[in-house]
Every structure is written in structure tokens, then in C-alpha cells.
Design a protein around this ligand. Sequence first.
Ligand code: CU
Length: 106
Amino acid sequence: MRSIVVAFTLFAAAPPALAQGAAPVDMTQVTTVTGVVKSIDPKASTVLIKHEAIPSLRMPGMTMDFKASPALLRTLKVGQKITFQMRVEGVPEIVSLTKAKAKAAR
Ligand SMILES: [Cu+2]
């Protein structure tokens, strides 16, 4: 949970100067993310993922929780490397999986 708060704090703190020469972050978009499933919490409907950097959001690689539907959570396994579509607006949420490998190096 803390990593999410930190992530959004960094977002909010990004100075306007950062936007010069670069397109502003579109908070309504869906973006593609790749990462490894670290743990799954069905009760909270979240999955902890160590994700790679997300250039479109200027987010560095980190481990953080993503919301996901129960049906989607059931398809995930700890250790899996996945590529997914993340809804950017509001709480980070996995809206669809585009690729899932059975096992990934930790
Ligand atoms: Cu992140």
C-alpha cells in the first residue's frame, strides 16, 4: 500500500517543467505494463506486481498493488511474468491480460 502512496505522491510532485517537450500524462488512458506476480490477495481483489518502468506515466520500476477482478485474479499465479493493460485513472487496475508466461525467473 505504501508504494502506491509514494507513486502518486511522486506524480503529484512532478514539476510542470517536466512536461516541456513531452506530452502531458493522459490520466484517462490505458497503458501496457510488464511485470512479475509477487503475491495475490483475493479478499482485497489486488495483486502485488514487480513491474518494469512505465515511460508513458514516467513511473520507474517498482513493486506495487494493482486492482483486478476476481475472474482475472484466478488466472494469475505467483512467479508469472505478465503483460497487461492498466487503467491509469484512479486506483491502478489491470483491465486485461495480453500475455502470461507460466513461470518466470524471480
Ligand atoms: Cu508503479
